[in-house]
Design a protein around this ligand. Structure first.
Ligand SMILES: Nc1ncnc2c1ncn2[C@@H]1O[C@H](COP(=O)(O)OP(=O)(O)OP(=O)(O)O)[C@@H](O)[C@H]1O
Ligand SMILES: [Mg+2]
Length: 284
């Protein structure tokens, strides 16, 4: 089945996981994967039990950025070889530990997500929402662009953070993605995350440039969830395959991701769940 057919076959109202935040972008290489992993760790430091899902087909690289060798991944869960809850890999002590989180890894080079039939697709969406329910917050790292898979996965999230930089192609591609989402009936819960900004003022200008187009052509005004400055420590952390917040807590980018985490907690009401056996990590 082609991707387009998948979109058309998808029910208009897919299940939405209330605590699922998707990270998307028009242009590639704008820092989605790094931001998704770093935000997961920042929210964990704020006491939330965190799950990070690698939803980037073919180029799955959350595990590479973090230097992990996951024993199982999303492909195992979709095929039914593993339960979704058994396919996660703990990072830095896993969910529940300060600065730790769980990841559901992707599989590089695998076209598995592109080959799903409608029944498998439904299983994937059910699996993701059920798994997200075990955590306070789940973050879904998506591939770049606006193909059918991205649009369908993004639809499952309560909030879609569109990552963009000040590069003209990043702006136009972000606009194109937002337009595609709007064409698929999705206008709520889309927010902007400016990355690699020279400074906060410059970042606000980038957001305003995007919003001018969104207001003029789509009648949309997108909230700015955060502005992350360009920071040489990001490249260094990735080179060392180390989670960023623990490695460089005093850096400008860490301060900006903490501010993003605080904003999301406030704006989305991402409260930690009351204590239960699950919360103590025994559910796995
Ligand atoms: N705030 C930042 N400051 C400096 N460099 C950054 C920042 N954020 C990301 N980068 C750099 O951008 C590169 C790309 O990051 P990342 O792989 O997370 O992007 P991506 O959007 O997930 O890419 P893809 O579209 O291929 O999935 C990283 O290697 C990192 O060096
Ligand atoms: Mg990526």
């Amino acid at each position: 089945m082609s991707n387009l057919a998948l979109v058309n076959a998808a029910p208009a109202q897919q299940p939405i996981a209330r605590n699922l935040i998707a990270i998307a972008s028009g242009k590639g290489g704008v820092g989605k994967t790094w931001a998704a992993a770093t935000l997961s760790q920042a929210l964990s430091f704020s006491g939330r039990r965190m799950l990070l899902i690698d939803g980037d087909l073919g180029l799955a690289n959350v595990d590479v950025q973090l230097g992990l060798q996951p024993g199982s991944d999303l492909a195992d869960a979709i095929s039914g070889r593993k339960a979704f809850a058994d396919a996660v890999t703990p990072v830095a002590g896993g969910a529940g530990a300060k600065g730790g989180f769980d990841i559901l890894a992707g599989r590089s080079g695998s076209a598995v997500l592109h080959q799903l039939n409608p029944a498998e697709w439904a299983r994937l969406m059910r699996g993701i929402s059920a798994l997200a329910g075990f955590y306070d917050v789940a973050i879904l790292d998506l591939g770049a662009g606006a193909d059918a898979l991205v649009l369908n996965l993004a639809q499952a999230a309560q909030t879609i953070l569109i990552v963009l930089t000040d590069e003209p192609t990043s702006l136009t591609d972000a606009y194109a993605l937002i337009k595609r989402l709007a064409q698929h009936g999705r206008v709520k819960g889309i927010e902007l995350l400016i990355n690699m900004a020279a400074d906060h003022q410059y970042g606000r200008r980038t957001a305003e440039a995007l919003n001018r187009a969104a207001r003029g052509f789509l009648n949309l005004e997108l909230p700015v969830a955060g502005i992350i400055r360009r920071d040489p420590k990001v490249r260094e952390a990735i080179r060392r395959q180390a989670p960023f917040m623990a490695r460089f807590p005093q850096s400008p980018a860490a301060a900006d991701v903490s501010a993003l985490s605080d904003y999301l907690i406030r704006a989305q009401g991402l409260a930690p769940a009351p204590a239960s056996p699950k919360i103590q990590g025994t559910w796995r």
